[in-house]
Write a protein that binds this ligand. Structure first.
Ligand code: NAD
Length: 275
């Protein structure tokens, strides 16, 4: 099983498939992340807001895997962003994770009404130039937010991590990002289990035809679309299932049928509303 790597603007590369830990209870997180690393994941996506950075760091340490073999992402807490305590927040994340650098640091939400993300991004540029963040990016940014950032700062974000799944495919944003080399990272790639996705014929019938599961079809669709994808599960057998998506390929017709499921329907918060 070899996960493809995607080249970033920074010159570093990111494993296209990673493991997310949103809503993983801190008490379970070390075990869950150790399982994910044993299954083979080498890319972990956390956030200060998930309250489990310490346990993610403990799992990395306990795994004995060399630091440079694991890609670690965390995200600036909205409250710290709002308060302008960006440098403090970044240092605290490194401390909690027990790391001396991050592979990727993200602005978790643009919080446009606070009008701080440009100034915050300038500090992110500093973390990149001092080497403590190999790559820097954003999350939940809309096209106008990206345009503002690119007009007013020097470094183009390496990624934008956004809600993306078959009912909400973000075509316009993806096209814009492709033009600027901003990689699209999909959160909630399985729709967060919030709508009936796995029983749709475009998913279920294709799964049966390839002798794989519906979740594997959806994740394979992400990979063939070019998305970086970070599914979450606390169950080891599902972690393994979600990791095992490189032994089959969806045909152009099968891809088109999933493309046709787009309803422009979010299951999570709207970036303009979170401030
Ligand atoms: P997801 O789409 O990965 O769905 C997770 C849920 O899907 C699980 O709780 C489980 O019930 C189900 N599931 C997982 N594997 C399955 C399988 N093989 N078969 C059947 N059901 C399965 O949703 P998510 O966890 O919200 O998103 C993934 C990651 O994205 C998060 O863990 C987090 O790291 C990141 N994220 C980021 C933001 C952001 O604002 N940047 C927001 C939400 C999530």
């Amino acid at each position: 099983n070899s996960v493809p790597h995607i080249e970033l603007n920074s010159g570093h590369s990111i494993p296209q498939l990673g493991f997310g830990v949103f809503l993983v209870d801190p008490a379970d997180t070390q075990r869950v992340v150790e399982d994910a690393l044993e299954v083979g994941y080498r890319h972990i996506d956390t956030a200060t807001g998930y309250n489990n950075e310490t346990q993610v760091g403990a799992a990395i340490k306990a795994s004995g895997i060399r630091r440079e073999e694991i890609f670690v992402t965390t995200k600036l807490l909205n409250d710290d962003h709002k308060a302008g305590d960006v440098a403090g927040a970044f240092s605290r994340s490194l401390d909690m994770l027990g790391l001396d650098y991050l592979d990727l640091y993200l602005i978790h939400w643009p919080m446009p009404k606070n009008e701080r993300f440009v100034e915050t991004w300038r500090q992110f540029e500093g973390f990149k130039s001092d080497g403590r963040a190999k790559s820097i990016g954003v999350s939940n940014f809309l096209v106008p937010h990206l345009e503002t950032l690119m007009a007013e700062t020097d470094v183009v974000p390496d990624v934008n991590q956004v809600e993306l799944h078959p009912a909400f495919q973000q075509r316009e944003l993806r096209d814009f990002q492709a033009k600027h080399g901003i990689r699209t990272e999909a959160w909630g790639p399985l729709g967060q289990g919030k709508y009936e996705l796995f029983t749709l014929p475009a998913i279920a019938d294709v799964a049966a035809a390839h002798d794989v599961t519906p979740a594997q079809v959806v994740l394979r669709w992400h990979v063939q679309t070019g998305n970086i994808v970070i599914p979450k599960s606390t169950r080891r057998e599902r972690m393994a299932e979600n990791f095992d998506i490189f032994g089959f390929e969806l045909s152009a017709d099968e891809m088109n049928a999933i493309d046709a499921l787009d309803e422009n329907r979010r299951v999570g918060g709207h970036p303009e509303d979170i401030n």
